[in-house]
Design a protein around this ligand. Structure first.
Ligand code: MTE
Length: 331
């Protein structure tokens, strides 16, 4: 970004993958043995999953045990972005503005001890230790596209649980209309905090009904392991129908508010980045089109780009949240 210059929520059938991904041979066989994979696990998908096993990376970071796969949907059938690509092409401005900076610099981030404070319009405010937060609900694997406003995308097997699980436990009051994610701003470990590139800490927000939508994920890992630092360890949001910048990394506070939060990118460029930031091929960024995208690790710079889908392909699941809204105005 540069301003200067499916489980009940099944995807459209063309998008749904029956478990077409990288699960280990053992997990896959287990699923087949128990029948849990059901009718959706076609021979094609099984072949596909086994093929991807060959390229699955061995554990390098700590495994996130207990992650069960979400067989029934919310997944795309596209190829997963290789681990090497999704950890070396990042936006995490606290560690620099080049795509390669976070991968090179984020080793200084200390992810323990770590707490996440729940504040504001809730009946049960609480400071969660990260290890308590991880155990709050069942971890699931969700394969979501992440589409950046800059025009690139990735397909990532995230591990986490619906943000709604946390929200329900802290009991929002009737005044809670929005939630605000506040992320770590530690100048000692984050070399660009203090630079004028953004107003720190990095802040993002959602309307409460968006945050409660089951697709909105609180993620602790990817590829079955804890999150790499550059991808937002130890906890980040993943809101797959919105541009990537809505998915705040390294969250330390979640605040429930009555007023729409002033988010970092809206402060930086209100004419360029709106609060809603829904992926929308029909509403261009003032300086470039949003109609197409380049898949990191697959599509070369000169290759024909792929079309961007409304709400990043999740229109059937989330479209009703915006019924009657002028999405050109609320961009
Ligand atoms: N969170 C923080 N704290 N700081 C950031 O600079 N960048 C956002 C988002 N979350 C950002 C952040 C942007 S612009 C994008 S596209 C995604 O993270 C990128 O996530 P990824 O690097 O894991 O692909």
């Amino acid at each position: 970004m540069h301003f200067l210059k499916d489980r009940g929520y099944a995807l459209p059938s063309s998008e749904v993958t029956p478990q077409a991904t990288y699960h280990s041979r053992r997990d896959l066989l287990k699923l087949l043995a128990t029948g849990a994979a059901g009718a959706t696990l076609t021979a094609w998908a099984a072949r596909e999953a086994l093929a991807q096993t060959a390229t699955a990376r061995p554990n390098k970071l700590a495994a996130l045990p207990g992650a069960r796969s979400t067989i029934a949907g919310g997944m795309t059938m596209e190829k997963l972005t290789p681990y090497a690509d999704l950890t070396s092409y990042n936006n995490f401005y606290e560690f620099g503005t080049d795509k390669s900076d976070p991968g090179q610099n984020a080793h200084t981030l200390k992810t323990r001890p770590w707490t996440v404070a729940i504040e504001g319009e809730v009946k049960k405010p609480k400071v969660y230790d990260i290890d308590e937060l991880i155990k709050l609900s069942t971890l699931e694997e969700r394969i979501y596209r992440l589409r950046c406003v800059e025009g690139w995308s990735m397909v990532i097997p995230w591990v986490g649980y619906s943000l709604a699980e946390l929200i329900k436990r802290v009991e929002p009051t009737g005044n809670a209309k929005y939630i605000e994610f506040v992320t770590l701003a530690d100048a000692k470990t984050m070399p660009y905090v203090g630079s004028r590139v953004l107003d720190w800490p990095y802040v993002e927000g959602l309307r409460i009904d968006e945050a409660m939508h089951p697709l909105a994920l609180l993620a602790f890992g990817l590829y079955g392991e804890v999150l790499p630092n550059q991808n937002g360890a130890p906890v980040r949001a993943v809101v797959p129908w919105k541009y990537g910048f809505k998915s705040g990394k390294s969250i330390v506070k979640i605040r429930f508010t009555e007023k729409e939060p002033r988010t970092s990118w809206v402060k930086a460029g209100p004419g360029e980045y709106g609060f809603y930031s829904n992926v929308n091929p029909n509403v261009d960024h003032p300086r470039w089109s949003q109609a197409t995208e380049r898949r990191i690790g697959e599509d070369g710079l000169f290759q024909k780009k792929r079309p961007t889908l409304m709400f990043n392909g999740y229109e059937a699941q989330v479209g009703q949240l915006y019924a009657g809204m002028d999405l050109k105005k609320f961009f």
